[in-house]
Design a protein around this ligand. Structure first.
Ligand SMILES: [Zn+2]
Length: 134
């Protein structure tokens, strides 16, 4: 399986996942460049995931959006803007643990087009976050 997941079920709600080549396409209003955005009305996660992205980079953003949804549903403090950096670091850490321990589907390990990890540069995990939502 080299396909990325096209949906995720969280607390019984199914969210569709859309992968975008341009960060401006992630924002539903097209007004700013974003890593990821969850639309709670339409249950849609849109993510910046150009073909060059490694699986772990995609996983990082996907976990980030999933954490937003969980935090929102459970009314965690983590949902608040002042905790956004913490949420981002938690997502990065989980993506790293999952990837390094092989706890992810091949599509997410190998990246968007299923290249083998050996053919890619090691993914820099700590990348600067764009302003705005992720
Ligand atoms: Zn975010």
């Amino acid at each position: 399986m080299n396909q990325l997941p096209d949906s995720v079920i969280i607390f019984g709600k199914q969210y569709s996942i859309e992968y975008k080549d341009r960060p401006s396409d992630v924002d539903k209003d097209g007004r700013c460049a974003l890593w990821g955005q969850t639309d709670y009305w339409t249950h849609t996660i849109r993510m910046y995931a150009p073909p060059k992205f490694s699986g772990v980079e995609i996983l990082d953003t996907l976990i980030h959006e999933v954490l937003h949804i969980i935090a929102e549903e459970l009314k965690f403090e983590l949902r608040k803007e002042e905790h956004h950096e913490e949420l981002g670091l938690l997502a990065m850490a989980l993506a790293d643990v999952f990837a390094r321990n092989g706890w992810v589907v091949p599509g997410l390990v190998n990246g968007r087009h299923g290249e083998s990890p050996e053919s890619e540069d090691p993914a820099p995990l700590a990348k600067a976050e764009s302003d705005g939502e992720r």
